[in-house]
Design a protein around this ligand. Structure first.
Ligand code: GLN
Length: 544
């Protein structure tokens, strides 16, 4: 079985298209189908790797080292199909491939045009996902952007062609829109009508509508939307606002029979639905008690999406530890400027926290604040989790404050330092091109017996994903080890330090890789769980 579902969006961005597509994926998996998720991004960047987190949020990294759109993180959290470079398609990649073929003379003298050459390249990539795994049943293709955008037209045209060529029982359109509430008036369906018209002008009749609305819509409103859009009333699904968690969305859609409607339209036999993992997750959500305040000390604090997977992984760990995790976002530049970190992070401070997490990042802005946060956590016995840059910050802080090398730094931030405790990876020295050239993707790490990292995984062999150019400098291994910092994990050839730990501390761990990419609401990541457990244990010990 090879069915295709194209998920597009209208009216405006940020309606939760990624969550809607992923939730549909989760429901179809719950019906026993093998689902693959694909994101089409209309931007001209080849991948998200060169984009600032302010522009596009977090860069999600796959096992094979692709730097992709953060929606792939949603797919990974809601569904279980494999994700690789092939699951993220951008306009940049498509044009790059077509222009290369043209230069190779593979179009045999023809004029290269958007239709058919660009659209064929898009279709070829979507079909390749289905072909790559023979057990695949459904491919869900999320088309980024909003209908009406110039950039997304070739992707929607490719979807139109596929629906036309394969027939409506093999390829369908799911369109997401907004039902806004105008102050003092009722809910407005007009933007949805216009959005569907825009789809129809492109030759696509949506089969299913998912309407983002503040509340569940009344039957009369659903019927009105159906009448104006040529969509059956039962296929108008409402994604209404909830104050629980986005992970309830699959269950919200299930109650409105979204999966049954989609399967019926595609002529697929409807099997028993097993959503027990999602119901169990909601039970855990409702049973949480007490709270753990986790300070995220980073530089991209204004934009929630910049550390998306980290925030989600913390939430998952809270579910598994039975505690409400509260994110306290601390701008590292502000902490750097504060007179005393305790006045910010301490129990009487302006942003009191029970644990500190320093996430990944690039560039020198705010590093001083991160070093201060690490120093404060280390000397106050507060659990600390450093991820990638956050581990490098731990090493810099230790070198400056324990070894008393006041100029210790990463060569990313200071070139002439006498103590470059973090320096460029050897194979990065001659790198000129910025895109896709870091140490990227999955690799093996070996944890040493008796360390926090080994205890958390319960296994010495670890597989995690990387995205960095700098590393712990091996020339300082001996001095740093002698001063007491624990080097807890290495690459199997012992060439790179992958993890450091504070000795005799409640829980202070830094890892050079990105564990956040592998955490799921139904299976929290062991390192995040260990971190949150350490926080709750300390809070309980402090409670008289
Ligand atoms: N900027 C650091 C490096 O390149 C850390 C990268 C990260 O945190 N992802 O090594």
């Amino acid at each position: 079985m090879n069915k295709f579902i194209f998920v597009s969006g209208g009216v405006c961005s940020s309606l939760g298209k990624g969550v809607a597509a992923s939730s549909l994926g989760a429901l179809l998996e719950g019906r026993g189908l093998n689902v693959r998720m694909v994101k089409c991004d209309p931007y001209i960047n080849v991948d998200a790797g060169t984009m600032s987190p302010y522009q596009h949020g977090e860069v999600y990294v796959t096992d094979d080292g692709a730097e992709t759109d953060l929606d792939l993180g949603n797919y990974a959290r809601f569904t279980s199909g494999p994700l690789s470079r092939a699951n993220s398609i951008t306009t940049g990649q498509i044009y790059d491939a077509v222009i290369r073929k043209e230069r190779e003379g593979r179009y045999l003298g023809r004029t290269i045009q958007v239709i058919p050459h660009i659209t064929d390249e898009i279709k070829g990539r979507i079909l390749a996902i289905a072909k790559e795994s023979p057990d695949n049943d459904v491919v869900i293709v999320e088309i980024g952007g909003t209908v009406g955008d110039i950039e997304s037209i070739p992707f929607l045209e490719a979807a139109r062609q596929m629906i036309h060529e394969m027939g409506r029982n093999n390829a369908i359109s799911v369109h997401l829109t907004l039902i806004p509430e105008v102050a003092g008036a009722e809910l407005k369906t007009k933007p949805t009508q216009h959005s569907v018209k825009a789809m129809q002008e492109l030759g696509i009749q949506p089969d299913v509508l998912i309407c983002r609305a503040p509340v569940m819509l009344e039957e009369a409103t659903l019927r009105k939307i159906a009448l104006f859009t040529n969509v059956e009333t039962e296929a108008v699904i409402v994604s209404y606002d909830i104050d629980t968690t986005i992970y309830q969305v699959p269950l919200m859609f299930y109650e409105q029979k979204l999966d049954q409607i989609v399967l019926k339209k595609m002529g697929v036999e409807i099997r028993h639905a097993d959503l027990s993992a999602w119901y169990a997750m909601m039970d855990k959500f409702n049973a949480r008690q007490g709270r753990a305040r986790i300070g995220i000390v980073g530089k991209y604090m204004e934009l929630h999406d910049a550390y998306k997977s980290v925030y989600e992984a913390i939430f998952h760990a809270g579910l598994s530890c039975g505690v409400v995790t509260e994110l306290v976002k601390v701008d590292s530049a502000r902490l750097e400027a504060a007179s005393d970190p305790d006045a910010v992070l301490g129990s009487g401070g302006s942003s009191p926290v029970d644990g500190v997490l320093v996430p990944g990042g690039f560039g020198d802005r705010g590093i001083g604040g991160m070093v201060r946060a690490a120093s404060w956590a280390r000397t106050h016995g507060v659990p600390y989790f450093g991820i990638c840059l956050g581990m490098q910050v731990m090493v810099i802080e230790w070198a400056r404050n324990v070894l008393r090398w006041e100029d210790a730094d990463s060569t990313e931030f200071t070139h002439g330092t006498a103590h470059p405790v973090i320096s460029l990876l050897e194979d990065q020295v001659d790198v000129q091109m910025m895109g896709g050239t870091m140490r990227l993707g999955n690799s093996e790490t070996r944890a040493c017996e008796g360390t926090l990292i080994h205890n958390a995984y319960g296994n010495p062999v670890i597989h995690e994903r990387h995205r960095h150019r700098y590393e712990f400098s091996n020339k300082y291994r001996k001095d740093i080890l002698d001063s007491g910092l624990v080097l807890g994990a290495f690459t199997p050839d012992n060439a790179l330090v992958e993890s450091v730990e504070w000795p005799g501390h409640t829980w202070g761990l830094g890892v050079q890789f990105h564990p956040e990419f592998k955490s799921k609401p139904t299976a929290a990541h062991p390192l995040f769980t260990a971190f949150v457990q350490a926080i709750t244990a300390r809070l309980q010990a402090d409670t008289p």
